[in-house]
Design a protein around this ligand. Structure first.
Ligand SMILES: NC(=O)c1ccc[n+]([C@@H]2O[C@H](COP(=O)([O-])OP(=O)(O)OC[C@H]3O[C@@H](n4cnc5c(N)ncnc54)[C@H](OP(=O)(O)O)[C@@H]3O)[C@@H](O)[C@H]2O)c1
Length: 272
């Protein structure tokens, strides 16, 4: 494989989990990163671990879409324009649909989908041909997942946005990719497990968690191969293929797992 030059890579949500692991790999291959997230203390800690020479930080709340353009412009003025933007920042609040307030939907869609769109809009004018935009979706972005109504809505949205954007930017010489990680051992997953319904636990079952480093390595490999849809791990790829070829098979399997879990937990119907 020819030498790959990363240049400067902006990573939203780069202070933790998958974003941090990707930043570490990119620096390891000679690139420079700009990490953007809300919590300054976490950003400073990440910069301490990655080294000030190759890692810059910028406080940004992508959900405050009206502030995004000015902050990106400031970052470009200070750190230079990016060759790659990774829209990785995201939130997830699993629970039964009926127990999720509308404000959770607003927050999740505002952060995951509108935030991604706002950062892309603000960054694109600074990108040259050869540039690359990567949007982080999820396996819950191509399979509607029990307990993830708000998250799946936002992550399906990212896939639709990315496909349409890819077609528009192709002629401009800018690539678009989507990363769909499976369950990955990060602080976000730890938080999700606090509110995940038992049915959701039953669906993810005994599936082995990927490490954030494992996702990052698969991501780098996918980018170097110019892959549009990057799905780390063998089982993730198989689930994607099965869902594409035979969605009519996947749904009854999911239904049966949910039925068994509800029986086991003694969960009865909540609606008429
Ligand atoms: N972990 C999994 O199992 C999994 C599976 C599939 C997809 N994903 C996706 O992968 C991405 C990274 O997740 P992760 O598991 O690595 O989570 P994580 O460890 O919790 O990291 C999330 C990052 O996003 C930042 N962030 C959250 N809200 C933000 C906002 N409004 N503005 C700017 N930054 C924000 C956080 O920093 P601050 O809190 O300081 O802002 C943090 O740096 C997410 O898009 C997630 O949906 C994760």
């Amino acid at each position: 494989m020819r030498h790959f030059s990363w240049g400067t890579v902006y990573i939203t949500g780069g202070s933790s989990g998958i974003g941090f692991a990707i930043a570490k790999q990119i620096i390891g291959e000679g690139g420079t990163v700009v990490l953007l997230a809300r919590n300054e203390k976490k950003l400073i800690q990440a910069q301490r671990e990655l080294g000030k020479k190759k890692c810059h930080i910028q406080v940004l709340d992508i959900a405050k879409t009206e502030e995004v353009a000015a902050i990106i412009q400031e970052a470009v003025g200070t750190f230079g324009a990016p060759e790659m933007l990774i829209n990785n920042a995201g939130v997830a609040h699993p629970d039964h649909f009926f127990d999720l307030d509308l404000c959770i939907f607003e927050h999740t869609i505002r952060t995951n989908l509108l935030g991604t769109i706002a950062v892309t809009k603000a960054t694109l004018p600074f990108m040259r041909p050869g540039g690359h935009i990567v949007n982080v979706s999820s396996m819950a972005g191509f399979i509607g997942t029990y307990g993830y109504t708000s998250y799946s809505a936002s992550k399906f949205g990212i896939i639709g946005f990315s496909q349409a954007l890819r077609n528009e930017l192709k002629a401009e010489g800018i690539s678009v990719s989507v990363l769909c990680p499976p369950d990955t051992d990060t602080p976000q997953l730890y938080e999700e497990n606090k509110t995940k319904p038992p049915e959701t636990f039953a669906i993810s079952g005994n599936a082995k968690l990927m490490s954030a480093d494992g996702v990052a390595i698969a991501f780098l490999r996918g980018i170097k191969r110019h892959t549009y849809l990057i799905i780390p791990g063998f089982s993730g790829k198989m689930i994607y293929l099965l869902n594409q070829i035979a969605p009519g098979l996947v749904r009854p399997i999911m239904d049966s797992i949910v039925r068994t879990a509800r029986k086991k937990e003694g969960i009865s119907r909540r609606f008429l």
